[in-house]
Design a binder for this molecule. Structure first.
Ligand code: UDP
Length: 481
């Protein structure tokens, strides 16, 4: 197709690391398939253009200057959605006008692919009669649990303290304590429910793309597809399906930790990172520090500036900790995580269970200690420990428990079992990436699907509601049982 297909896609990422990364990876995947890729991004957390010379970037004026949006509030997210409406609409209108004026056979806008937290895009595309596809950057299991609870909230909410360890009906292996929403007084306040509904909706989108694998989540994807009634394209893991390995990091990576890893024995180091968003309190920092120190295992620990509430960085680390661990421990502000996980010295990952981190860990055959703190992380942690059995759940944040869990992962027979299973899991995922594997086939179908989308001008009626059954669009469900 490389020469003939001159279609373009506009990508709209949600400007946080765990969302920007998969969107840029998707951009690389689509670019390698012959599409030209335009990234319409907020000024906040703008991607580094020089890492992606293959993309065209468009910065949307987000009017968020002066707001600490790293401290995520619903208000911030809604403001961002509202503020970006005009900039995106104006940009698309200009693009369409130029397309028409030039009367070129060149790039033609096929569709807008947007992160489901940027739900404002649906208003814009509906107005302009453009087509859109939603990107899901998380697991199908997470969306399924969220949707199930939103559909029958009275069955789940509010709950009693005494129910915390009880199973959530129809949502094995989740318990009430794993409800994947921010919970306040054992309930999910209405504004948060409303936000989750907005995020789980797909509006007028004609399909959804997933950074997951059909072989891993087939039944869950099928179940969700019955609900959404549009084609699904699970083409993960994006970071391995993407041809480019250029950095998508928003923060500066401290590469000196790779030199430190080079000096460690093979399979000896625990990598510790809680991702780009969550915050812990100083008590948790201190318990983790002593747990790591007392485990006597080498560790590389990412403490992100601002990730300990009330502190700039790692000032709350206990006296005597640095002396006790000496050269055995290394702390950095931000690491080149994919390289760290791929390093032969790394044996385990103490993680918050963000979906990107999990996929990166599994694909490098690294078993995990699961310390979920937010949203989908609870679901991911349960699946890792109870279903896939490649992780140990850390239920109590206390130094002796942390020490014991680290030793179990790194030194015990149980740890070896986790390692064996993560190797198997990786092999299954890699099989899906081969020419006849599910992710590769779904990617081929996605390319055909986008290529055969009608331009908005040939649509007889506004796209809302009519598109799934349109003859112009392949209606076949990509996922088959
Ligand atoms: N990451 C990184 N360096 C770090 C910590 C994290 O590059 O020191 C990357 C990691 O590789 C992953 C992303 O940040 O791709 C975090 O995404 P995830 O979905 O795991 O969690 P989130 O940050 O969204 O909570």
């Amino acid at each position: 197709m490389k020469e003939q297909r001159r279609q373009s896609v506009v990508l709209v990422p949600y400007p946080f690391q765990g969302h920007v990364t998969p969107m840029l990876q998707l951009g690389s995947i689509l670019h390698s398939q012959g599409f030209s890729v335009i990234v319409a991004h907020t000024e906040y957390n703008a991607p580094n253009y020089s890492n992606h010379p293959e993309f065209i970037f468009h910065s949307m004026v987000d009017r968020l200057q002066g707001i600490d949006i790293s401290f995520l509030t619903l208000e911030n997210i809604y403001d961002m959605n509202e503020n970006c409406k005009d900039p995106l609409r104006n940009y698309l209108v200009k693009m369409l006008e130029e397309e028409e004026e030039e009367n070129v056979r060149g790039d033609q806008l096929s569709c807008i692919i947007y992160d489901n937290v940027m739900f404002f895009v649906d208003d814009v595309v509906t107005q302009l009669r453009l087509l859109s596809i939603v990107l899901r950057t998380f697991s199908a299991a997470y969306l399924n649990s969220m949707l199930t609870i939103l559909q029958q909230p009275e069955k789940y909410l509010p709950f009693e303290d005494s129910q915390l360890l009880d199973p959530l009906p129809e949502l094995h292996p989740l318990r009430f304590k794993d409800v994947p929403f921010p919970v306040i007084d054992n309930d999910v306040p209405e504004p948060l429910r409303e936000f989750c509904r907005a995020m789980s909706n797909i509006g007028s989108s004609v399909a959804s793309i997933w950074n997951t694998m059909q072989d891993l989540e087939n039944s869950m994807l099928l179940h969700l597809q019955e609900h959404y009634k549009v084609p699904f394209f699970p083409i993960g893991p994006f970071h391995k399906m993407a041809p480019l390995s250029s950095s998508t990091s928003i923060l500066e990576e401290d590469r000196s930790c790779i030199e430190w890893l080079d000096k460690q024995a093979p399979n000896s180091v625990l990598y510790v990172s809680l991702g780009s968003l969550v915050r812990i309190d100083d008590k948790e920092l201190i318990e983790t520090a002593w747990g790591l120190a007392n485990s006597e295992q080498p560790f590389l620990w990412v403490i992100r500036p601002g990730s300990v509430s009330g502190f700039q960085w790692a000032e709350a680390l206990p006296d005597g900790f640095a002396k006790m661990v000496g050269e055995r421990g290394r702390i950095v502000k931000w690491a080149p995580q994919k390289q760290v996980l791929a390093h032969p010295a790394v044996a385990g990952f103490f993680t918050h269970c963000g979906w990107n981190s999990i996929l990166e860990s599994i694909l490098e055959e690294v078993p995990m200690i699961c310390r979920p703190l937010l949203a989908d992380q609870f679901v991911n942690a349960r699946y890792l420990s109870q279903i896939y059995k490649v992780g140990l759940e850390l239920e109590v944040i206390e130094r002796t428990v942390i020490e014991k869990t680290v030793r179990k992962l790194m030194l015990s027979e149980e740890g070896k079992d986790l390692k064996r299973r993560v190797v198997e899991m990786k092999q299954n995922i890699v099989a899906g990436m081969q020419t006849d594997g599910s992710s590769q086939k779904n990617l081929n179908d996605l390319v055909d699907f986008i290529s055969s989308l009608p331009s908005r001008r040939s649509l007889p009626t506004p796209v809302v509601g009519a598109i799934v059954n349109s003859n112009h669009i392949p209606s076949k469900c990509i996922i088959e049982s």
